[in-house]
Design a binder for this molecule. Structure first.
Ligand code: ATP
Ligand code: LTN
Length: 332
């Protein structure tokens, strides 16, 4: 019997090593959902190409990310884990959707505005149409829910708008996806400039902690994290650095920020920071050990992403054929 579980789709770009922002804002939420949904999790290598990549590093990181997905708790038997470029329907559907997306819509995307500012003159057309490829990723699987960090909400709105536009112009083709944004850990901030989101492509390595950072590096980065001179552990806008460390601890321990604030009444930043570092190390060490084991087992890794791609291709091609048929493209 076909089960009627709702469909989840999400992805992370292999554009840099994954940070605790990716882990606490995305991966642990994904694992919590795996028994109740039909889930597709993708390493979006084509999205990473919107910024220049070193081919050797892109290859290594794509595999490392699959290993991190599994090590963070995603069971390859329960979830479809695959590499975006292994499912050509994503590129084909993105072209079709490009023909329905307005320049104005893409120009309003804040991620594009931020990233294109950084790149300057040499900003690629790929970076501009990035959200259309993302819409294709999502819509091909009849996705109901897209678990992402808060920064991705605008892209999902666009995927919804494109789906509605296509459905109205032709006939119902796509499920309209909803963003799924967890309350805690939804946005982990940069450790040096806590007004900014922690990002794997930041220039200063002290700004982020990588999932695979060794314990001593994690401790050093937390001890150097920017705080303030108020000296009290409180969760509020006036103390973005401290509040970010509270969010991190809160997500790992499943305690509410207010409880943590209470726990640290009268206790200084040094002890607080060292507890945050200990919690992170304890959380990440088993993940790191498992990643190492997985990367040594090439055959198993290959079996994961190949069987994932097989299933994904089947579902994605069905949707792509529907789109093509409605648009007047002659079947192959
Ligand atoms: P980049 O720095 O290359 O733009 P990124 O680190 O923001 O990338 P993405 O690949 O864009 O990572 O995002 C993957 C997922 O991780 C998304 O769901 C995103 O919202 C989430 N995510 C990334 N950074 C954070 C963060 N600091 N806090 C919470 N979630 C995050
Ligand atoms: N743009 C996303 C990564 C991404 C994605 C997706 C997320 C690409 N395709 C489809 C969810 C669904 C980001 O997090 N930067």
């Amino acid at each position: 019997m076909e089960d009627k579980k709702k469909v989840i789709f999400s992805g992370i770009q292999p554009s840099g090593d994954l940070t605790i922002g990716n882990y606490l804002g995305a991966l642990i939420n994904w694992s919590a959902l795996q028994n109740d949904y039909d889930s597709y999790y993708c390493v979006v290598d084509l999205h990473a190409l919107t910024i220049r990549q070193e081919p050797k590093e892109l290859r290594a990181r794509t595999l490392k990310n699959i290993a991190i997905y599994v090590a963070s708790g995603l069971d390859p038997e329960k979830n479809t884990l695959f590499i975006q470029s292994h499912v050509p329907a994503h590129s084909e559907a993105a072209w079709l959707l490009n023909c329905f997306c307005y320049m104005g819509e893409l120009g309003r995307m804040t991620q594009y505005k931020d990233k294109s500012q950084k790149v300057g003159e040499s900003v690629s057309a790929g970076l501009f149409t990035y959200p259309v490829l993302m819409a294709a990723d999502i819509l091909l699987y009849n996705t109901d829910l897209v678990p992402v960090g808060a920064d991705q909400k605008q892209h999902i709105e666009l995927a919804r708008d494109l789906a509605i536009r296509f459905n109205n112009l032709y006939s119902p083709t796509f499920t309209i996806p909803e963003p799924y944004i967890a309350d805690t850990g939804a946005k982990i901030m940069d450790l040096q400039e806590p007004e900014k989101k922690m990002s794997k492509s930041a220039d200063n390595p002290n700004a982020y902690i990588l999932i695979l950072d060794p314990p001593e590096v994690i401790r050093k980065k937390i001890s150097r994290a920017v705080t303030d001179d108020l000296g009290v552990v409180r969760y509020n806008e006036a103390q973005p650095g401290v509040s970010n460390l509270i969010s991190i601890l809160s997500t790992i321990t499943n305690k509410k920020p207010e409880e943590i604030v209470k726990d640290y009444e009268g206790i200084g930043y040094a002890k607080f920071k060292s507890d945050v570092a200990d919690a992170l190390v304890a959380e990440l060490q088993p993940v790191q050990n498992r990643v190492k084991e997985l990367l040594e087992d090439k055959t198993y890794m290959e079996s994961i992403y190949k069987s994932g791609a097989e299933k994904a291709n089947y579902v994605a091609n069905k949707t792509l054929r529907k789109m093509q048929k409605k648009l007047g493209i002659i079947p192959r």
